[in-house]
Design a protein around this ligand. Structure first.
Ligand code: HPA
Length: 265
């Protein structure tokens, strides 16, 4: 672990990131706003995953937005690719060791709320881990018993709401439920998820949030709603559809991230 951190720091041209970002599907172009970034391929970083699904690059970028120094993971691995729940352990811990005090996660998600239509953005207030696995399996110290109340930092979320108001962007709020995928959910599963209190569904983010809280980082997470969840519309779900509907949400989410980071203190 410290070898990777030393290696990154030897290449980072003095950038000491305070905020880490994990980009979800379709959000890769966010990195274009970085001023003179240092970019490293996951191939150079031992323990970082091979990036899988289309739209995922497998690069770590270090750079600045205004005065804020950030580290961006462009490309995440999912539990469904390997069946390994802690596949993002080393990347998340690396961000913490590099000095990131906060982590912002983004993802694509299906909506369980009629009012949150494809192309909208949702801030996570909480999550339901519906997979039965945990990225902290095998951890030995008592730190593994991580408090997950207030996992999603309310100050960071308020700041995103303030920015959204200024930019005339609507942000929904809700509970994200993690299904392991890779098959989409059945309509019956979505009905069950709704009864459990879920507002959006996806196949990522939750394990990274658990790892980040374990590593002591503050967390915010934002979903781009790409589709109505199974059984909630006549559309047949597939990966291409979920990406095609994401555009407006992706633009809005990029604006929110940039404004948040520009004014981060
Ligand atoms: N289900 C699970 N993951 C997703 C969905 C969905 O409907 N949309 C985007 N990611």
């Amino acid at each position: 672990m410290s070898k990777i951190v030393d290696y990154i720091q030897s290449k980072s041209q003095g950038i000491n990131p305070k905020v880490g970002i994990i980009l979800g599907s379709g959000l890769g172009s966010f990195v274009d706003v970085l001023e003179n970034p240092v970019t490293l391929s996951y191939d150079e970083l031992e323990g970082f995953p091979d990036a899988g699904v289309s739209g995922h690059e497998g690069k770590l970028h270090l750079g600045k937005i205004n005065h804020t120094e950030i580290a961006v993971l462009q490309g995440r691995a999912h539990y469904y690719e390997s069946g390994i729940a802690d596949v993002m352990k080393i990347p998340v811990r690396t961000l913490a060791k590099l000095g990131c005090e906060s982590l912002i996660l983004t993802n694509a998600a299906g909506s369980l709320m009629e009012e949150a239509q494809p192309g909208s953005v949702m801030a996570l207030t909480d999550h339901i881990n519906f997979t039965g696995v945990n990225p902290l399996f095998g951890e030995e110290s008592n730190n593994r018993f991580v408090n997950m109340a207030d996992a999603y930092n309310s100050d960071m979320r308020s700041r995103f709401h303030q920015i959204a108001d200024n930019e005339n962007i609507k942000i929904h709020e809700g509970v994200y439920i993690w299904f392991c995928g890779p098959s989409f959910e059945t309509p019956a599963e979505i009905l069950a998820a709704k009864m459990l209190g879920a507002d959006a569904v996806g196949m990522s983010t939750v394990p990274e949030v658990i790892l980040a809280r374990h590593a002591g980082m503050k967390v915010a997470a934002l979903s781009v709603i790409t589709n109505m969840a199974a059984g909630m519309s006549d559309e047949v779900l597939n990966h291409e559809l979920t990406m095609a509907n994401a555009d407006k949400g992706i633009q809005d989410l990029k604006t929110l991230l940039i404004r948040f980071l520009e004014s981060y203190s």
